[in-house]
Design a protein around this ligand. Structure first.
Ligand code: ATP
Ligand code: MG
Ligand code: MG
Ligand code: MG
Length: 338
């Protein structure tokens, strides 16, 4: 009998388009001999829709009200769920909590690993407590006096700085600021997306090294890291998804010592947040070979040209087998929670 696999995609976050791309790739790569794929589309207002056409996935533009369901109806499929939803309401523990309540096995992060890594400010506190190096930063909360934030930035950091909504991804809402005027604008932009904002020391000419982690509990593996080679100075949404201007070096051309250090930090951070299923741990490397952990993405991009599946491919685990492995991990995490 085929294993039923629900693919949840779309969603309410600003990363919904990336989710559609990831879902298309997951669906086309999944072994159909082993899995019966049941996609559900979550619209930008949070409604759930049954999707019948696997080749032409429903989107916000093509959604059909006749296929609208109650979210809890997905329970009836008795399936493993693969939430391929990036950003808030997908990668932050909310959908995971919903699936826990429905009592369904699901692929990827647990409530804790999703929520603790999605919030960049909280994740930084965890990394600090683990003695994992990261860039200096300033916390900015909505309602705080903007001049006080700027003063703190001036005292603690040097321009350029990166200003980020604490809960977001795909570079949405992130700006690089070279001076106080730009910092002001960057804060206003970031606060459009979240009430919690991070102002980070910019790493000049940062190399971006990413490490894929796979596993549950104590049985966790990290792949050889890869490098994102940018011809832009900042890997923003446009360069990530629209311009296709990203080249990847897999494995990254770095010393064995750094490879070891990166894999060790990635696994340490992953275990600390109850990493479940998968994560992509992103690092910066500066001109002097100093390493900084930037963030953990608990539902990384899953398009064919996304780093996460490519890093496993390099380890000999092909995309369809990676999906099978993730489903197995979902089932074993479910049994442990029972
Ligand atoms: P993702 O799509 O990986 O989830 P994100 O939206 O969570 O991304 P970050 O990875 O934190 O955001 O930042 C996006 C990009 O901005 C980085 O890949 C990098 O190019 C640049 N960047 C962010 N912070 C810094 C920094 N402190 N120094 C230098 N570059 C930075
Ligand atoms: Mg991220
Ligand atoms: Mg992300
Ligand atoms: Mg990132």
């Amino acid at each position: 009998m085929k294993q039923k696999l629900i693919v949840l995609y779309g969603g309410r976050s600003a990363e919904k388009e990336v989710s559609v791309l990831s879902a298309k790739n997951v669906i086309s790569a999944t072994n159909k001999e082993k899995f019966e794929i049941i996609p559900y589309f979550i619209s930008d207002n949070g409604d759930f829709y049954r999707v019948t056409d696997l080749s032409e996935l429903m989107t916000n533009q093509t959604r059909d009200e006749n296929f609208k369901i109650m979210p809890g109806d997905i329970y009836e499929d008795k399936a493993v769920v693969l939430p391929i939803l990036h950003g808030p309401m997908g990668e932050d523990g909310t959908i995971q909590g919903f699936l826990e309540i429905l009592h369904m096995p699901y692929v990827g992060p647990s409530v804790l690993s999703a929520s603790s890594t999605m919030d960049k400010l909280l994740a930084k506190l965890v990394f600090t407590s683990l003695n994992i190096p990261q860039v200096p930063y300033v916390t900015a909360l909505a309602g705080e006096n903007e001049w006080q934030i700027i003063e703190e930035v001036a005292a603690k950091l040097k321009f350029p700085v990166f200003v980020k909504p604490s809960n977001m991804g795909s570079s949405v809402g992130i700006s690089k600021a070279e001076n106080v005027a730009e910092l002001n604008l960057a804060l206003t932009e970031a606060f459009k997306f979240d009430s919690r904002v991070v102002v980070e020391q910019g790493v000049v000419n940062a190399r971006e090294i990413e490490c894929a982690v796979l596993g549950n509990g104590n049985e966790v593996k990290a792949a050889f890291p890869g490098e994102v080679i940018k011809d832009v100075d900042f890997y923003d949404y446009k360069s990530k998804y629209l311009d296709n201007r990203i080249e990847m070096a897999i494995p990254a051309d770095i010393s064995e010592k750094l490879v070891h250090q990166i894999r060790t930090y990635a696994i340490k951070a992953y275990k600390a947040v109850n990493g479940t299923g998968m994560s992509r741990c992103d690092f910066f490397l500066d001109n002097e070979n100093h390493l900084y952990l930037n963030e953990i993405n608990s539902i990384p991009g899953f398009t064919q040209w996304s780093m996460y599946p490519l890093l496993w491919d390099n380890m000999g685990l092909k995309y369809p087998e990676l999906i099978e492995k993730l489903v197995e991990l979902a089932q074993s995490a479910f049994i442990i929670r029972e």
